[in-house]
Every structure is written in C-alpha cells, then in structure tokens.
Design a protein. Structure first.
Length: 286
C-alpha cells in the first residue's frame, strides 16, 4: 500500500475510533473538564495524531493506547461516585473567594488569582462592584459562582407575593419555511391549525424563517423579510379584557334592574367572575 494511502486510512480509522470513544466517555463542556479529563484530552489528541502519521508502528497499538486513556475518565468518574475523598482528589474542592462581603486574600493566592482576575470574573456575573457581593467561590471547573447581597439582587414576583404560572418550553414548529410535524404533535396541534394561524396574520409559510408556539398556544413567527411587521398575538389580552367586560356588564345589570331577585343573582355572578379573573390574570397577562 502506498504511504499516502496508508496515512489516509490510518487517519480515518483513528478519527472514527476517537469519535466513538468520545461518545462513549460522555459529553462535557470545556469549562467543565476536570484536571484529569483535560490531561487525557490533550494526550488522546496527540496519540491520534501519531497513529495517523506513524506508518511504521502497528495500528492496533495506537488504538489500545487510545482505549486506555479513554477509559481513565470513566474509571475516575466511577471512583468519585463511590468515595468523597477520591472525588476531592480527582475533581478538587470549591475555593471561597468572598465570604460575608469580605475578600479572602489567602484563598485568592491559593487559586492563583489577582484582584484584577477576581473583578473580571465578577463582571461576568453582572457584579461590577465587589461591595455588592455577599459570597463568591471558584468551582472545581474554574468558573466563579457569585451571590449578590440581598439588597442588590433583582426583584422577582416572589418578593411581591405574586403568583405566576409555570413556564413550559415553546415548540419550534417552522424552520426555514418547513413545518415540523413532531413538535406540532407534541402540543396536540396539526398543520391545518398552523396554516389557519398564518392566514390570520397574513403570512405565507415560505416566508417564515422561524415559527414557535408557546405554552398558551400562541404562534410567534420571524420572517425572512424583516420589513414586514407581524402583529403581536393578542389572544390572551383579549380574553382577559373580555372577562373584565363581562364582570362590568353583570354589575351594570345588577344596578339597572328593579327586581331584587335578579339584582342578587347578577351581583353574585359578578362576584364569582371577579374571583375567577383574579385567579386567571397571572396566566393571561404574563
């Protein structure tokens, strides 16, 4: 076999084997790699390069070496699950950088971080002043977790005692002008419904770059032609306004009738509808 063809074959074999090995070991982002996984990744890449170019060495030897290095993260991960001591050795511990609003200078030195490094990491967490931070720690993967002081944390509905409805994942039903049948079926809809919704807003299917349906069944579309203004769905707002109008009508009927029995009936119905509106308003106005 010619050398150039041998190199091509060995490269393809090493690449495919490396791909299968990586899929088997598992998926992690670069920032989530432990020290051992980082070292193994570099070494495995070097071995794969040697396998492809060292035409004198047996191919099987290189594949064996790849397998051993690939199994190492799996073994350390399994041992870490069994023992906290080994988990600390393999993956390390978190290092507290700020505690009770005070910067831990000794821990900064242990983490080999300067004040500038700390400030840069805080900025990435939208904390532009160290005085705003209650607690910060460097995680074993090198990222920095930040807890702002209570007075600097953003307000949420919980702070006001407001009840909000849970949010579910929107389903992407149109991509590049093509209807995605599986997401439609997931939310119990079909092509006929989708085409009817597109007709309501006056948009052709082939002009839709992306279409999504939220948990309320409202369709949002982004068009290829950015000059076309797509009306914002108003179904929930109209439903809320209609309910309030019905309540107001019932109250007017109660004021306008001279029949005491009818007045009481309208008043009770208006009160019941008012309670219903209070319950569904978080669902209709989010």
């Amino acid at each position: 076999m010619p050398e150039w063809l041998n190199i091509i074959v060995r490269s393809i074999v090493s690449l495919l084997y490396l791909f299968l090995l990586t899929r088997w070991v598992g998926k992690r982002q670069i920032s989530q790699l432990s020290f051992f996984e980082y070292v193994v990744g570099i070494t495995v890449g070097s071995i794969a390069g040697v396998i492809a170019t060292d035409i004198d060495g047996p191919l099987i030897y290189g594949l064996i070496a790849l397998t051993i290095y690939g199994l190492f993260p799996v073994l350390t991960g399994w041992l870490a699950l069994k023992s906290k001591t080994l988990r600390n050795i393999f993956y390390g511990n978190s290092t507290v950088l700020i505690k009770n609003g005070k910067i831990m200078e000794d821990n900064l030195k242990k983490a080999r971080m300067t004040a500038e490094d700390l400030i840069a990491q805080l900025r990435l967490k939208n904390a532009f002043k160290a005085a705003d931070v209650e607690f910060a720690a460097m995680e074993p993967n090198g990222s920095v977790s930040v807890l702002l002081k209570s007075k600097n944390q953003p307000l949420t509905p919980k702070h006001f005692g407001l009840a909000v409805a849970p949010v579910t994942e929107p389903q992407t039903v149109i991509i590049d002008g093509e209807i995605m049948d599986e997401p439609l079926a997931t939310i119990g809809l079909n092509r006929q419904w989708l085409k009817a919704e597109l007709e309501k807003i006056g948009v052709a299917l082939e002009n839709v770059f992306l279409g999504q349906v939220d948990e309320n069944g409202q369709l949002y579309v982004d068009l290829y032609d950015d000059k076309i203004q797509v009306p914002t769905p108003q179904t929930l707002q109209l439903t809320c306004a209609t309910l309030k109008k019905c309540q107001a009508d019932l109250e007017l009927y109660a004021l306008g009738t001279q029949n005491q029995e009818g007045k009481q009936l309208y008043t009770e119905a208006a009160e019941q509808l008012r309670r219903v509106i209070e319950q569904v308003t978080p669902l209709l106005t989010r």
